[in-house]
Design a protein around this ligand. Structure first.
Ligand code: GAP
Length: 464
């Protein structure tokens, strides 16, 4: 039973320290969010799971971390300066401003009128100025990156040559991106500052690109499943030609059921695009247009690849799986949400997070906080577990309340230290999902928990 709507997660997230509205002491900042003590852990765990899956467990992917602010020319030649636009319309009645493609039935979402201005483009790259320059100095203009991908393309040769890579291989990057969204909203689904996990997979121009898109779609479905997102809440959207980005010949979006209460429940979780050789060739000094003119007179490098077996030089094509950290976290939280009734008839919220994503892996709880021996033993167990897994100590309530609190934040195990523990050097381990308890020797505890916390494996398919 996933969450019935996003609002349920917004309220849980604030109540339990996952996500807070940003800048609240100054009245907030529209659609900006801060990740609290548990939120930062779950984001880190998602990024760590992704990195481990792609960069460590596979043999064909390297990682990088490029600058957020790149030379402005990157965005000129990538096409973002000219085309990274939303189309805006103004309501003549209430003066509201909206994205033209989000208007339903031609009615203003604020006042219901249907009197619109002509649609006009609005570039959504966030601007900044570099250095101590005059406000109107055009040479100081720079952008905060709207995608992490370009930092990968401009480093293609650096990575390929230093790591002695042959095609096919990929480069992965995770980090912040920024877009001046006209209508941000729906909690962390659409914000102006967000995090992406992008991977550019470089292949020969003769590769079977469409099959590779399918391959990566399948791989990501497996990955999302390993994170606990059920397949029935995912939907594949084949992006029609008229909606494709300027660089794409084919894109499949993996959509998640973020709005189960609505008639149209789906919103994009990630996209997998065949970006052709557009990006590497557009940043290259030697690429010529149809009239034999250099398409990029500013570039000092040629990002082509020499293929030893065929003795051919070419610009590799790219298959790009581009996912959002924040949207993955939201999908994970919604899918993990469930309610259970205890034997007193009370409804309890349980976040059935996959163990690898749970912010806290084990909570160590003393049954009697006024018994120094029990408290001392519980604190010592917490300290001994901490080097191998994230553990917390909590004695701020009765045991029922402490269990409920840990269930609600998705902690897989509660470890209770009681009077008997002082005698038999054993503790009670309670399972979050079944509420079953078992007695475990303290000396076996770390190994016992580690075994049960192992991530669900992602089956690796052969690359085609
Ligand atoms: N490099 C390709 C690219 O950036 P995209 O579909 O625009 O493609 C990829 O973005 C992913 O980044 C999206 O599927 C989504 O998960 C995330 N994303 C994009 N814009 C976002 C926003 N304003 N807020 C939160 N996540 C966003």
């Amino acid at each position: 039973m996933p969450a019935p709507n996003i609002d349920t997660i917004v309220s849980l997230a604030k109540r339990r320290g996952f996500v807070f509205p940003s800048s609240e002491v100054y009245g907030g900042l529209g659609s900006a969010w801060d990740y609290g003590p548990l939120g930062v852990e779950i984001c880190n765990n998602v990024k760590e799971a992704w990195w481990r899956w792609l960069v460590y467990e596979r043999d064909d992917i390297e990682g990088i971390d490029s600058s957020i602010i790149l030379n402005r020319l990157v965005w000129k030649y990538s096409g973002h300066e000219a085309t990274f636009n939303d189309w805006l319309v103004d309501c003549r009645k209430c003066k509201g401003r909206f994205r033209a493609d989000k208007i339903v039935d031609n009615k203003c979402p604020s006042c219901g009128a249907s009197d619109w201005t002509e649609a006009r483009p609005f570039n959504t790259m966030l601007q900044t100025k570099l250095g101590a320059v005059a406000d109107d100095d055009p040479t100081a203009l720079a952008y905060l990156r709207p995608e992490t991908a370009q930092g990968i393309f401009i480093n293609f040769l650096n990575v390929q040559t230093t790591m002695r890579r042959k095609l096919p291989f990929g480069i992965a990057q995770v980090g912040k991106s920024f877009r001046n969204e006209v209508t941000p909203g729906n909690f962390i689904l659409r914000t102006r500052e967000f995090e992406q996990m992008e991977m550019e997979y470089f292949v020969a121009p003769s590769a079977e690109h469409s099959k590779l898109v399918d391959y990566w779609v399948e791989q990501y479905l497996e990955w999302f499943s390993s994170l606990g997102i059920s397949r029935e809440n995912l939907y594949l959207y084949e992006v029609p030609p008229e909606e494709l980005a300027h660089y794409s010949k084919r894109t499949v979006d993996i959509m998640y059921r973020y709005f189960p209460e609505r008639e149209k429940p789906w919103e994009e979780l990630m996209g997998i695009a065949w970006r052709t050789d557009f990006d590497l060739s557009t940043h290259s000094k030697n690429k010529l247009d149809e009239e034999g003119k250099r398409i990029n007179p500013d570039s000092t490098e040629d990002l082509s690849y020499f293929d030893e077996p065929t003795k051919q030089r070419f610009y590799p094509h790219v298959i790009e799986p581009a996912a959002g950290v924040n949207r993955t976290v939201l999908a994970v939280l919604m899918d993990a949400y469930c309610e259970k009734t205890n034997d007193k008839g009370e409804t309890r919220v349980i976040l059935k997070l996959s163990p690898q994503l749970a912010p806290i892996k084990a909570a160590i709880l003393p049954l009697a906080k006024n018994k120094p021996e029990i408290v001392g033993m519980a604190k010592a167990i917490k300290r001994s577990l901490q080097p191998v897994l994230r553990a917390v100590y909590d004695d701020t309530g009765g045991i029922g309340k402490l269990y409920a609190r840990q269930d609600e934040v998705g902690t897989p195990f509660c470890v209770t230290v009681d009077h008997q523990s002082l005698e038999d050097e054993a503790v009670t381990v309670r399972d979050r999902d079944t509420w079953e308890q078992e007695r475990i020797k303290v000396t076996d505890l770390a190994e016992h928990l580690q075994k049960r916390l192992k991530p669900y494996p992602v089956p690796l398919a052969e690359t085609i």
